[in-house]
Design a protein. Structure first.
Ligand code: 3PG
Length: 311
């Protein structure tokens, strides 16, 4: 089988070598398309691929139609909103992700960016400590759990709310030392910092709006390492205008980045390029997991991490 690694944002070299070794040791052919300039290059590369490993690369109808032999797409990472699952199902293509493999990297970034901004971008002025402050986790998957673990090490109070876990389920997550809250409103009310950890779904799009944000303390901080579409940008701009101490920290650059930056230069920080999963370790974990999942899929039909429906 021909396995294509198609990554607009390339993995670390060690991860690529590991992926290649796993694919070739199983008798498959490995090809890669890294840092490609445009969609036409991707369309050309997928022509004879049986499997594709991607990151945030968009796999839509056009790409799948250009790949008549495609059987499996593995998103080496957590979020798969970049793949059209319905089209994949209709074409009998299995889509998988590699949940949890880059959780530590993203979680470390959440705390790193928070400290950076609470210390006023290290400009030498008087900042704030995060110890004993209240961190709210909106959703409680792999990344949020890791954030909780690290935050507890900083002696933070960690509140968690998940729209998908029952309260009993959340309470069972005791090992992470989180306080369960019962609604998103309660989460925003009771947290100094709110960190977003839900996937982008029709029901989560624009879920962080003015009403929720206005429940936070006046010097609250919103942290987004998930997806930009979760936040209503106009509402956030309005909150930041109304509250001279409110901060917004993000690893997913908003559409109105320039406006945030020019209006609130000391209270807004965005990474220039999504960097949460960009560590050697996370690249290796997610990349090798993706390669192994493809091998298992072709070897024995293993679909353990399948995220789309079957046709
Ligand atoms: C994910 O969903 O796994 C993260 O957003 C990382 O995405 P990336 O692989 O594009 O860095």
């Amino acid at each position: 089988m021909k396995v294509l690694l198609a990554t607009g944002k390339p993995f670390a070299m060690q991860a690529v070598e590991g992926i290649q070794n796993i694919i070739e040791a199983a008798g498959h052919t490995f090809v890669k398309l890294e840092s490609y300039a445009g969609k036409s290059q991707l369309l050309e590369a997928v022509k004879d691929a049986n499997a594709i490993i991607i990151r945030s690369d968009v796999i839509d109808r056009e790409v799948m139609e250009a790949a008549p032999n495609l059987k499996v797409v593995v998103r080496a990472g957590a979020g798969y909103d970049n793949v059209d699952l319905d089209v994949a199902t209709s074409r009998d293509i299995c889509v998988m992700n590699t949940p949890g493999q880059n959780a530590i990297a993203v979680a470390e970034l959440v705390l790193g960016m928070l400290i950076y901004m609470q210390r006023n971008q290290f400009d030498g002025s008087v900042g704030r400590e995060i110890s004993a402050r209240r961190l709210g986790l909106y959703a409680f998957g792999n990344v949020a759990k890791m954030v909780a673990k690290i935050a507890r090490g900083f002696s933070m109070t960690v509140n968690a709310y998940s729209p998908t876990l029952s309260h009993d389920d959340l309470r069972k997550e005791g090992e992470y030392g989180v306080v369960t809250v019962y609604s998103n409103k309660e989460l925003f009310e009771k947290s100094d910092f709110v960190s977003l950890h839900m996937p982008l779904l029709p029901e989560t799009r624009n879920c962080v709006n003015y009403d929720l944000l206005s429940l936070m303390p006046r010097d609250g901080v919103l942290i987004n390492t998930a997806r930009k579409e979760l936040v209503v940008e106009e509402d956030l701009l309005r909150i930041m205008e109304e509250r001279p101490c409110f901060q917004f920290i993000t690893d997913v650059m908003p559409v109105r980045h320039e406006e945030f930056l020019s209006r609130f230069p000391k209270r807004y920080f965005s990474t220039p390029k999504k960097t949460g999963a960009q560590t050697n370790e996370a690249n290796i974990n997610a990349g090798l997991a993706a390669a192994s999942q493809i091998v298992a899929f072709f070897q024995n039909g293993d679909e353990q991490f399948r995220v789309n429906n079957k046709s």
